[in-house]
Design a protein around this ligand. Sequence first.
Ligand code: FAD
Length: 550
Amino acid sequence: MSRTPSFQVLVIGGGINGAGVARDLAMRGVRVALVEKGELGGGTTWASSGMIHGGLRYLQNDPEVTYHSCLDSGAIQRIAPHLIFRIPFLMPVFREDPIGPELVEVGLEMYDRYQPLKNGRPHTRLTREQALRLEPALSPRIDCAFTLDEWGVDAARLVMLNALDAAERGAEVHTHHEVCELIREGGTGRVRGARVRDRLSGEIRDLEAELTLNCTGPWASQLAALAGVELRLRPAKGIHLVFERRVSDAAIYARGIDGRDMFMFPHEQNSMAGTTDDDFYGDLDRMEVTEDEIRYVLQAMERSIPGIRRHRILHSIAAVRPTLYDFGSYEDDLSRDYAVIDHGPRDGVPGFWSLAGGKLAAYRLMAEDACDRLCTALGIEEPCRTATSPLPGGDEAPDIGALTRRFRLDWPAALRVGFRHGSRSGAVLAERPEPRTLCACEPVTDAELAHVARYEGVRRLTDCTLRVRLGLGACQGAGCAGAAGEVLAEALGWDAKRTAAEVAEFAAERWRAVAPALSGAQLAAMEVHRAVHRGARPWSAPEPGTVSRP
Ligand SMILES: Cc1cc2nc3c(=O)[nH]c(=O)nc-3n(C[C@H](O)[C@H](O)[C@H](O)COP(=O)(O)OP(=O)(O)OC[C@H]3O[C@@H](n4cnc5c(N)ncnc54)[C@H](O)[C@@H]3O)c2cc1C
């Protein structure tokens, strides 16, 4: 006789899809566990462009994807109003472009029909002079330009808010836990959960569940192989270059040498340029940004923004899209659709499911679809409520002025907390009687760090890159990693050796993101900066990669 598993659903993979599913199931009263082998959102999701857009370019081949993304963008804006920001786009048209302004405008008129779904404004057509007045960074060679409206989100925080809400409704969430084996029932071969390894402590444990959902994004084929199932994806790598502060007020379209559309867009404190889209055959856990990719992106940006090379690149990000398999299409033309797969009828592996493909912008709808089907399989009839129930902090707008007065914070720091924590900002800042910012360039406060360490399951200092954007400003952690390590040490009870190792690992991780993106004088300057930082600080002593076991 088999035992009743502790969980009804085990979700593997804490990207936006896994976290979205965990929240949806927890809201329906399902006993759910979520396991993530690294930090929540640390796979593809955090390295995305962070846009909850419809995807103008999918309109031609994949209008359903555009429709669903716009629809879900509207829902995400409702449930997390504090975490989104408008991104006005400028699309310059050059004389030599293969598609002239009239045809561009036809496409934008079609996109306008979807804009109300995501609270977007219709496009406008600007003369060359109007566009240059609005955005002096633009090339004077443009013929004219169009505006269009999109929205951005802090993708890593959106994952966290979904996981946090799931946890507050009873879900178990385990970060740094890797599934190394699936538990199979003798005889039927049914999947009954997974064996997971805590990557920090080395501890192994079994999480038994009636249904197991593979939400591992680009790793989905590898995870499916553990069940002896073939799940084919067409993984495509995309990189971004991150520039210090705002390169432009608006986001700007750029065109690659191969005709691909790319963008330079403001994102939180910085600006991002990208992205590429190339078939990827390498190691998903060791992704590197190559010099070719950087030159390709810069070349594209330079055509629209001639002064781009004068701006400082801070670091680069790379990730792989978990695109559904297709043979014979160019990467850019691949569908961004998704699939919910029950491997019982398809592959003879009952109890095992996968959710693959899709877009950040439609994560909630994808999760709803997957959860409807999982609940049917479990005999549960609760409806989905994720489109209307606010995510943590999304129920009420924070009073930023009151926060500045109560906690003696300056506006940028208070605004930043309000953006990330919404109506919970007061409780976050109350972690310290007088919160102080740890960094001048990305004003993370000690109160927010202490809060996420105590209440949001932070286990490593490196988790804080995604959790609070630690070290993502101009100093890349040099100015704040040590102080942040001390805050975490106090909250999590680390000794001096562990704290030093955490800080060293944090610095090493930042360097891995910084070094490939730089060359020449910028690289030399950063090497000096790093050497000074390492030499001058007592916590730089231990070698990275040697975090002591707790
Ligand atoms: C460059 C780029 C830009 C993009 N821009 C946008 C955009 O602007 N808007 C948009 O809508 N979409 C965008 N996308 C697409 C979007 O980012 C993805 O569709 C989405 O993030 C995928 O989420 P996911 O949860 O499926 O995967 P992931 O975020 O990769 O999550 C999967 C998780 O599974 C974990 N995992 C893997 N194996 C195991 C295991 N054995 N045990 C435990 N955990 C495991 C991984 O660590 C990972 O965190 C972009 C994608 C890329 C690459």
